[in-house]
Design a protein around this ligand. Sequence first.
Ligand code: KIV
Length: 296
Amino acid sequence: MSTISGFSPESRIENRKKVTTKQFQQKKERGEPISMLTAYDYPTSLVMDRVGVDSILVGDSLGMVVLGYENTLRVTMEEMLHHCRAVARGARYALLIGDMPFMTYQVSVEEAVKNAGRFLQEAGMDAVKLEGGRERTRSIQAIISAGIPVAGHIGLTPQSVNVFGGFRAQGKTATAAKRLYEDALLLQEAGCFCIVLEAVPARLAELISHRLEIPTIGIGAGGGCDGQVLVTHDLLGLFDRFTPKFVRKYADFFGEMENAFSGFISDVETRNFPTAEHSIDMPEDEWQLLLEDIGE
Ligand code: KIV
């Protein structure tokens, strides 16, 4: 199958090589969009890797969409590492990024480096992501010096939900936008290989993407970013609490699961499941021997 531009969807997965941070940079230079999705388990990462996503982020959104917490603040290192390991077992090619949870990189540079290292050493990740701008540059530099690639994340940074007073778009005034622009430049200078821009005005994200040499990955930041990321449970329609305005739903998995589970309950109640095709038989002669033996 080919398209008008000559690009075939299959070419994405033919002759695939492991995606590295260098390929992120090359994609930006070639003007090729970067695709990133979140995953938290083995089967999801297996499917994503098979269809050719560039990068899988094990986001701390785990806390909300999988673990049922109200926000991301309660997510621990152990929870993140547990899910990162599962994702790493499913993906061969995608660049794997582990999201550093709240309070694992804010207290000291030493703790930040140590915790970042655990994502690579114990959980098979290729890089880490952490939230924040200028206040994080020392930690970012130290993590990179230890040989760990870092993705930045500015705009609506969910770990600061209590400072923002809710999940609100950021950078909507000239002053706030300038601060975000400066933060993006500082993160690039600190050595980040990419920056996630979350819930910021599209034209600001486009301007930042244009001014930066490293790629930007947008979520709710319009089409002018160098790549796009979505929380997988949002795009699958699997998170029932709310769907942000910037999400495109590609499926209704919540509805599909409701149908499947109701079908099972109903089949059990009406004795429509299991049938012979789902049952295990035993040879007739062995059966007769048993009946004779127990006097049935
Ligand atoms: O935790 C997460 O899933 C994220 C994305 C929203 C970028 O940080």
